[in-house]
Design a protein around this ligand. Structure first.
Ligand code: NAD
Length: 520
């Protein structure tokens, strides 16, 4: 396949700002073959600032549009992406290493979020009246307004689906967006921006700035109104520090160490199949991968046997592979380190293992006899690994599941207590008798707690995340006494004192009930 050179001639709005001919270039590689897929310019802080300034100009028009007008614009953007789905799937599969079918699924999920956000924005952001309480002569209203320009910094594991979780919701809420894709998957970002430039009637509503960490850091320091960051907790902390200089608010979508709990009354076969898919899909490079499995001792042997059986059928690499190459050698090194550490500390390998790594390909690995002190149980592995722990009770499973600094996704396979167990897991999301489903349900908020981050994308919360909330108190009629004035009548102190005692003092509840009885 021919490689792609992104010229960066600055003519096409939404792609790249005008670079000098000698601009430093960044190559995107196919991790399966090592081939260069294409190159992009490394953008400087000046380039980033210029993109943000253009986005600011565009925001004036974009934010003034009606919801209906923006929905129509975003429908054209969506149709442009949909028409280009083969090209998008191709570039994603090549840059990331995932099977083409996974890349196409990712495009589908990204478009479902774009569609949902555009359709839902008006309802989610509708102004509404609330009780004015004691200020009964006031109309109290909550309204939502676009922030302006949102900077989105994305990872490489789902190059369109993950950033679209921020991009779609930010755009639908009336903001313009400057997107910094991962240096491992920049061509996907460039392709999205080209389609935006072609389909949106206003230039610079969505732009991409390409480069590595320094370009991301420049965006975090730029004059944007919010930074939506998706990536590792370590980088997230740096982004927060940079954003702190301007007190720019941040949304943090970080890593996870998602637990799965399987109880003694679970459907064991279903749970095993789900564990295999949840841990191995995208070669385990998903923030909501199943990373730890706690199984009740009553069903443990059956579960482990089924998992090993299922794993043996998983094909790695090739056109019909279930999983592809790991996206980067650096990620392979992390997985190898976790597996080597686990084996050195006494874990037993039932499939795959540290010796089953060849180049960027890792055979699915099943580990048992794992303990909480192993890296594979503490840190994000982000690889095709299933560590399984035998537990004596559901209580033990919940306790172990919550013994983590992360708290992104989770899953529970159980009988009628499943929902109760789910509620006790300290995580942003839980799939019950399923895995990962919450990320595909567009109206559910997505995000984590602890080192998995804060703030929410997707759903109504995800739309409001990209707005400022305005509280309005409007006097609807004047009262004889205006407490918001220095011209208070004599005796006001005593009247307020009386009010306090009546409303909040001893017997206030009984008085209120008595009052209600008399009135109604
Ligand atoms: P990363 O933190 O290495 O990089 C993420 C992005 O930050 C990249 O675009 C990178 O260029 C940029 N960056 C690097 N240094 C920067 C700096 N100093 N300032 C600003 N930006 C900088 O993460 P990654 O390896 O690309 O992605 C994998 C991680 O992302 C995993 O931890 C995964 O769990 C997480 N993730 C989370 C979610 C979620 O929704 N919670 C989704 C997908 C991935």
């Amino acid at each position: 396949m021919a490689t792609t050179q992104v010229p960066g001639n600055g003519k096409q709005s939404g792609t790249t700002p005008p670079p000098s001919a000698q601009r430093e270039q960044l190559a995107s590689h196919d991790p399966a073959t090592g081939e260069v897929v294409g190159t992009v310019p490394v953008m400087t802080a000046d380039d980033v600032d210029a993109a943000v300034a253009r986005a600011r100009t565009a925001a004036a028009t974009w934010s003034a549009m009606s919801y209906g007008e923006r929905e129509a614009e975003l429908a054209r953007f969506r149709a442009g992406l949909a028409e280009a789905c083969d090209d998008l799937a191709e570039v994603i599969a090549r840059e990331n290493g995932k099977p083409r079918v996974d890349a196409m699924t990712e495009v589908y999920m990204a478009l479902s979020h774009l569609s949902h956000a555009a359709r839902r924005a008006e309802k989610a952001l509708k102004s509404h009246r609330v009780s004015p309480g004691l200020l009964a002569n006031y109309r109290a209203t909550i309204s939502y307004h676009p922030l302006g320009v949102v900077g989105v910094i994305g990872p490489w594991n789902y190059p369109i689906f993950t950033p679209m979780g921020s991009i779609a919701y930010a755009l639908a809420a009336g903001n313009t967006v400057v997107f910094k894709p991962s240096e491992l998957t920049p061509l996907t970002g460039v392709k999205i921006a080209e389609i935006a430039a072609r389909t949106l009637s206003i230039p610079d509503v969505f732009q991409v700035v390409t480069g590595a960490g320094a370009t991301g850091a420049a965006l975090a320091r730029a004059a944007v109104d919010k930074i939506a960051f998706t990536g590792s907790a370590g980088t997230g902390k740096k982004v927060m520090q940079a954003a702190a200089e301007r007190l720019t608010p941040v949304l943090m979508e970080l890593g996870g160490k998602d637990p799965m709990i399987v109880t003694d009354d679970a459907d064991v076969d279903k749970a095993a199949e789900a564990a295999v898919f949840g841990a191995l899909t995208n070669s385990g490079q998903a923030c909501i991968s199943v990373e730890r499995v706690y199984v009740h001792e009553a069903v443990y042997d059956r579960f482990v046997a089924k998992v090993v059986d299922e794993v043996r059928a998983v094909k790695v690499g090739g056109d019909d592979g279930n999983i592809g190459a790991m996206t980067s050698p650096a990620q392979v090194d992390i997985v190898r380190d976790h597996l080597t550490d686990a084996v050195a500390r006494g874990a037993k390998v039932l499939a795959g293992g540290p010796d089953a790594i060849s180049g960027n390909f890792i055979q699915p690995t099943v580990l048992v006899d794992v303990t909480a002190d192993m890296k594979v149980m503490k840190d994000e592995t982000f690889g095709p690994v299933i560590p399984i722990v035998k537990v004596a009770s559901t209580e033990d499973a919940v306790r172990a599941a919550n013994e983590t600094t992360f708290g992104l996704g989770s899953s529970v396979f159980a009988g009628k207590k499943a929902k109760d167990i789910a509620d006790r897991i300290r995580a942003g999301m839980t799939a019950v008798n399923s895995v990962m489903a919450f990320s595909a349900i567009t109206s559910l908020p997505f995000g984590g707690v602890g080192e998995s981050g804060f703030g929410r994308i997707h759903g109504d919360e995800g739309i409001r995340e990209f707005t400022r909330t305005k509280a309005t108190a409007e006097e609807s009629f004047a009262l004889p006494v205006n407490l918001l004035s220095f011209k208070l009548p004599k005796g006001t102190y005593e009247r307020i004192r009386g009010l306090i005692k009546q409303l909040y003092g001893d017997g206030a509840v009984a008085r209120a009930q008595d009052f209600l009885r008399r009135v109604f």
